[in-house]
Design a protein around this ligand. Sequence first.
Ligand code: FAD
Length: 328
Amino acid sequence: MNEIWTLSEQHGGKLKDVSFELLARGRALADTLQSQLCTVVLGNKIDDKELESLIFHGADTVFYVENPCLGDMVCEIYAMVLAYLVGEYTPHVLLAAATTTGRSVLPYLAVKIHTGLTADCTDLAIEKETGNLLQTRPAIGGNIMATIKTPNHRPQMATVRPKSYKALAEDRSRSGKVVRVAWNPEWNDTRVQVLSYREECGNSSSLEEADIVVSGGKGLKKRENFRLIEELADSLGGQVGASRDAVDRGWASYPHQVGLSGKTISPKLYLAVGISGAVQHLAGIKTAEYIVAINSDEHANILQVADFALVGDLFAILPQLLRRLGTQ
Ligand code: FAD
């Protein structure tokens, strides 16, 4: 079997954008091998329209497993169900997004089914002759891009950074099928139970979806000054991001971190304030449409990639900017 599989993610019964991004890449791989693209949805009470939308975005088959305990991601249960499906249908490739779900479930699954996993890929291709998945990801602190093959493992598994691909346009003329997989009571057997679900304060979950992101770095000097970033993001209707240095200092929480070990984002406008533009930071913003940098150092690396730069003291520039925007 040469099937390419993806794991689609949902929250509250609604499919996440990343599911469609992954389908776009899966479709390209399946077309190269002239094989089928299948996607797995684990959830509860997801309506038919949602499931069909996966077909309109490239899937040939949607495997849907429904149960109340699949509403929220529980790593053990998700991995058990996926291990069953992989055993039953033997896909050639299984992809998940490098999100909390993918990063938790796929390593667990890899151990269960004795296969390999390449985490955090930014690009995927496939060798037509051998069917080997070419899995490209940053290595050595993001200084090189390594392409990894796992010729002896099936399925070949990878997690893919969100925003690495654009979803295909919806094509309502596409046809495919939804296969409902019967629930096996043995999958209830877990010690983990989700008692409640709390949204992260500051709404960093939408960082990846935001059109405008304002990020602050070590140049802000202290936590109290980080409110300037929050105010600017607020007045522009954007989200707050941060460099790793700012996160390590406790000025912003980890879900706000942009970069190699944080989030990959693709906003229309990215404002980097007091951020030097280390290669690991830039790895998270390479698909941003416009980058604007505010930095006192005219030789800062961020200026190499910025479309516009304000060279000067951020403590002079930000208050002026906020006043112009009418918030100070
Ligand atoms: P600095 O590099 O110290 O830059 C501060 C900037 O502020 C300077 O350019 C300075 O000119 C400017 N500045 C200072 N004062 C002012 C002022 N008054 N007005 C205007 N500008 C001013 N980093 C990330 O960001 N994200 C990641 O995901 C990430 N992952 C990593 C993974 C690995 C494996 C490693 C090894 C490192 C990673 N890093 C990551 C860290 C990265 O290498 C840098 O250390 C970090 O990005 C630097 O953060 P910064 O730009 O805030 O600080």
